[in-house]
Design a protein around this ligand. Structure first.
Ligand SMILES: O=P(O)(O)OP(=O)(O)OP(=O)(O)OC[C@H]1O[C@@H](n2cnc3c(O)ncnc32)[C@H](O)[C@@H]1O
Ligand SMILES: [Mg+2]
Length: 198
């Protein structure tokens, strides 16, 4: 069975990928298995960062890699925090600090004007250098107070109309049925299947 390195240090993303790709015969590992690898995410777009992550891992390991760069675009904030989502409240910000900063910036914005979307850009780089890029989106609203304990990141404040709950109130299976990451993964799946058979 071939290895696939998910180019991430985020345990929440890894858990979602492991579940979504469980039917593909690949041995899924991550940067937890390569603690020395650091990737500077200095791109101006999700795509630049997703490509940076996966290319760097292939360069250093020689193993095919899937990079995920994702984030939140909030309409009332003109699309911010966007590519800066992970460091919205500062370079080493925790999920809670980021959520608090978001809720503060949205203070006084009424519920119907709190539209947001999650964006996920996935980049698969194979060891022969071939590159595939796909996007997925999830539309929702930023609620007034966090709700739920599952998932990661901004999940407790992201309400999904099609689920009738926040992403942190959704099970892994429910989130993976609709998420930005799941939608991008569906599009990249055929390339992963081909790689697994190679
Ligand atoms: O770069 P890696 O190591 O993959 O991990 P990261 O957490 O830094 O990931 P990003 O650079 O892609 O930043 C994504 C930001 O968007 C948030 N985010 C992305 N997908 C999310 C999801 O499904 N639910 C909640 N928050 C999410 C996440 O918490 C980060 O703050
Ligand atoms: Mg990151």
């Amino acid at each position: 069975m071939l290895d696939l390195v998910i180019a991430t240090k985020n345990a929440g993303k890894l858990k979602e990928f492991r579940e979504m790709l469980s039917d593909i015969p690949l041995n899924i590992i991550s940067l937890q298995d390569f603690p020395g690898i650091e990737v500077e995410e200095n791109g101006d777009t999700f795509e630049e960062n997703a490509v940076l992550k996966a290319k760097r891992v292939v360069e250093l390991t020689g193993i095919a890699s899937l990079g995920d760069d994702s984030g939140l675009e909030v309409a009332a904030l003109g699309g911010r925090p966007g590519v800066h989502t992970a460091r919205f409240a500062g370079p080493r910000a925790s999920d809670l600090e980021n959520i608090n900063k978001l809720l503060n910036e949205l203070k006084g914005v009424p519920p119907e004007k709190r539209q947001a979307r999650f964006v996920c850009c996935l980049c698969l780089v194979l060891s022969d250098g071939r590159i595939f890029v796909e996007y997925g989106y999830l539309e929702g609203y930023i609620i007034l107070e966090p709700r739920g304990t599952m998932g990661f990141g901004y999940d407790p404040v992201f309400f999904v109309p099609e689920l009738g709950k926040t992403l942190a109130e959704a099970t892994l299976e429910e989130k993976n049925a609709v998420s930005h990451r799941a939608r991008a993964t569906e599009k990249i799946r055929k390339h992963l299947l081909q790689y697994a058979r190679s």
